[in-house]
Design a binder for this molecule. Structure first.
Ligand code: IMP
Ligand code: ZN
Length: 373
């Protein structure tokens, strides 16, 4: 790979930050800044809800195996699940992605209920949408019906229009996650909510959560309902060895899958035939030790086979990474040059869940960025 480009992987971080990027696999509560988590933990410590010194090292720890990650997610859930905080973390996460030139983001989150504070799945999601509205560092386009008039290449005529054009802009869409701990009825409620919130940027469904928990059959009715209703689906697939489930997931033909790690030969064959795009999360796979060594990562095999791939972060907060870092890591590990990395970023446009209007605007934006390379 990349023999023609002697500088493969040798670009400085600046290049990876500057290049436009598309993020399709990021979990809201996995993307929270450490500084925000520490601040929230301190506040809950002062109220006596938790003991700050017990959780500080959990937040700051870098290397976590998969079970430890899910313990951290339970802690994050305690820290973030109230309406004001959900709005705040959504705003910060969007600002962080936009600051590193992510131009289109599909952010996924699990709608949560907490009766004690009057939170329903809907009110949780309304707090997320409020977070999108309150971002001020960047223009956030998330209401599909408002976008037909917006274009990255719009010609400015007045100073106002000039300012608008030169403000950083990010398209955001939301995927509602079904947690593998949920029941069929609860998963169905999430799909119903996704349908009701389509006008507010909700665009699809994700299945995630601790991969050793729950059975495929539990979620299938809700996923089939989503499919019937035309909602695109991404499944976390093959994070742990569960061959029957991997087979069932591939047969279901989701629009995308995340990870694809513990696959048997037959699964790889089927995946390649299916052309289902794979969301690749390098640092997440290495930190959780689901892939033993980055040099052996299945990225190489899929890339050589020209299988549709998207580089993603999974949980930039939990794994202390960023999309730019993931691009740099892929380039340096697999010997990819600037052109190949730019193409990899641009190819992701084809695999987004948003409509052709957004795809067209993104392609124009990549084209104008490529002329400046
Ligand atoms: P939330 O949905 O916004 O609360 O984001 C955190 C949640 O995403 C976690 O509690 C998990 O359910 C899910 N999640 C994050 N990372 C992973 C992963 O690597 N595998 C499976 N599920 C994950
Ligand atoms: Zn994930």
């Amino acid at each position: 790979m990349g023999e023609e480009d002697s500088k493969a992987g040798g670009e400085g971080m600046e290049w990876y930050v500057g290049v436009p990027k598309i993020e399709l696999h990021a979990h809201l509560n996995g993307s929270v800044r450490d500084s925000t988590l520490l601040e929230l933990a301190k506040a809950l410590g002062e109220k006596g809800v938790i003991v700050f010194s017990d959780v500080e090292h959990v937040i700051l720890k870098n290397d976590r195996c998969l079970p430890e990650c899910f313990k951290l997610f339970d802690l994050i859930r305690i820290l973030t699940t109230d309406h004001t905080t959900v709005t705040r973390i959504t705003k910060e996460v969007i600002e962080d992605f936009a600051a590193e030139n992510v131009v289109y983001l599909e952010l996924r989150t699990t709608p949560k209920k907490n009766e004690a504070i009057g939170m329903s799945k809907r009110s949780y999601m309304e707090a997320v949408v409020e977070g999108l509205r309150t971002v001020d560092a960047v223009d956030v386009c998330f209401i599909p019906s408002n976008e037909s008039t917006e274009n990255f290449s719009e010609t400015p005529h007045t100073n106002d229009a000039y300012d608008r054009k030169h403000r950083r802009k990010i398209y955001v869409r939301l995927l509602l996650s079904i947690d593998r701990r949920e029941t069929t009825a609860s998963a169905m409620e999430t799909v119903q909510l996704a349908l009701e919130m389509k006008d507010l940027g909700v665009i699809g469904i994700d299945l995630s959560g601790n991969p050793v928990v729950g059975e495929w059959q539990t979620f299938l009715p809700a996923l089939e309902f989503a499919k019937e209703q035309g909602l695109p689906i991404s499944l976390h697939c093959g994070e742990v060895p569960k061959q029957k489930e991997v087979q069932a997931m591939l047969e279901f033909q989701p629009q995308r899958i995340g990870h694809a790690i513990c696959f048997e030969d037959e699964d790889w064959r089927q995946l390649k035939l299916s052309k289902i795009p794979v969301e690749i999360c390098l640092t997440s796979n290495i930190r959780t030790e689901t892939v033993s060594c980055i040099d052996d990562h299945h990225f190489v095999d899929l890339y050589k086979a020209k299988h549709p791939l998207i580089l993603c972060t999974d949980d930039p907060g939990v794994f202390s990474t960023s999309l730019s870092q993931e691009y740099k890591l892929a380039a340096s590990t697999f010997g990819l040059g600037k052109d190949e990395m730019f193409q990899l970023a641009r190819n992701a446009v084809e695999f987004i869940f948003a409509d052709d209007g957004v795809k067209k605007a993104l392609k124009e934006m990549f084209d104008s960025a490529s002329s400046m390379q």
